[in-house]
Design a protein around this ligand. Structure first.
Ligand code: ADP
Ligand code: MG
Length: 336
């Protein structure tokens, strides 16, 4: 249902261009859940916003973004508005703060149905009550206001809003990062069960590979604006072929560990400044298995299994180098 072909996004600014997303090609089937992983700044949100053309004016997008075969980049505003709620909807990180404090919750959930002419006011009210119950809140909450709810409850309201028009694709951008660990797990379970019930497609974004592996059929790992590995969740999490994916997999031994969010455990150094990515493989300065060739030319995604690709010279040359390392062995700290 969704196909990205060679998608690139560059932010133009006075202080120079920032190539935030570079040459991303990905596909998503109806009912499939894709996890998008990577440290902060790797381009995940930029890619998600490009899918629904939600980027600011200074962002220049190239490549093809096909939703049911139709290029999102070529849609007129009327078409795009219809697509934004009815075909695909997005739940942002910290979205709970986007609720309007002076409007009743039920009215806010009903709004997209009314705007898109999908229901009469009475039907929309009933549907809002139903949606609240689906996300685990009592229907009477529809008459209340957002300040009466906890952070987790507000995020449930945002999920109800995203579900209102029965979209075929939901994009959830770190929907639980602002919540505490217990609530995170509940909200993620909820999202998972809702998309399975409706056979909705899902793009779930997180820095936490273990969360994504538990929820998604497939994973794509981004580093410095590029997809460096993509494949079936179990393989990418438990038998990653790219050293960066391996570092991410080892970084989050416990689901939602807040400490490891700031710095993946065992991975030294910082992600590169996207305005000045290193030459060659962007990961080579932090890579524990880099060889001199890595600083030369960048590596394309290379077959690493069935519907599994990885952009690493060791995969390309088939050397028994990094693959033999135990999956969850902590990587050595990079020498400063
Ligand atoms: P992620 O969601 O993976 O944390 P983002 O997509 O938010 O990453 O950001 C990718 C890169 O693009 C970052 O380096 C960020 O600073 C940069 N960026 C994001 N928005 C803008 C903007 N409006 N102008 C310039 N650079 C931006
Ligand atoms: Mg983000």
């Amino acid at each position: 249902m969704l196909e990205l072909r060679d998608v690139a996004v560059t932010y133009r600014s006075a202080s120079g261009d920032v190539p935030a997303v570079r040459g991303v090609s990905l596909g998503l089937a109806q009912g499939e859940a894709l996890g998008l992983a990577g440290e902060s700044g790797s381009g995940k949100s930029t890619l998600a916003m490009a899918l629904l053309r939600l980027l600011p004016r200074e962002a220049e997008v190239s490549g093809r973004i096909l939703l049911d075969g139709e290029d999102v980049r070529e849609m007129n505003w009327g078409r795009l508005r219809a697509v934004r709620w009815a075909s695909a909807s997005i739940v942002f990180q910290g979205a709970q703060h986007a609720l309007n404090p002076v409007r009743r919750i039920g009215d806010q959930i009903a709004e997209p149905l009314l705007v898109h002419g999908m229901a009469t006011p009475a039907q929309a009210r009933r549907k809002a009550a139903e949606l609240l119950e689906r996300v685990g809140l009592p229907a009477w909450r529809a008459r209340g206001y957002s300040h009466e709810l906890s952070g987790g409850q507000r995020q449930r309201v945002m999920i109800a809003m995203a579900l209102a028009c029965s979209p075929r694709l939901i994009i959830a951008d770190e929907p639980t990062t602002a919540l505490d660990v217990m609530i995170q797990a509940q909200v993620l379970d909820l999202v998972r069960s809702l998309i399975v019930e409706d056979a909705t497609s899902l793009i779930m974004i997180s820095h936490d590979l273990s969360v994504l592996a538990a929820m998604c059929d497939r994973l794509a790992v981004m580093y410095a604006g590029r997809v460096v590995e993509a494949g079936p969740s179990r393989e990418v999490f438990a038998a990653a072929r790219h050293p960066y994916s391996r570092a991410l997999a080892a970084a989050f031994p416990t689901v939602g560990d807040p400490e490891s969010r700031l710095r993946p455990r065992g991975l030294g150094g910082d992600p590169p400044d996207p305005a000045h990515p290193p030459t060659g493989c962007s990961f080579h300065p932090r890579c524990p298995v880099a060889v001199p060739a890595c600083a030369g030319a960048d590596v394309e995604l290379w077959p690493a299994g069935d519907r599994h690709t990885a952009a690493c010279v060791h995969v390309r040359t088939g050397q028994a180098g990094p693959e033999t390392a135990a999956v969850h062995d902590p990587l050595p700290e990079a020498t400063p």
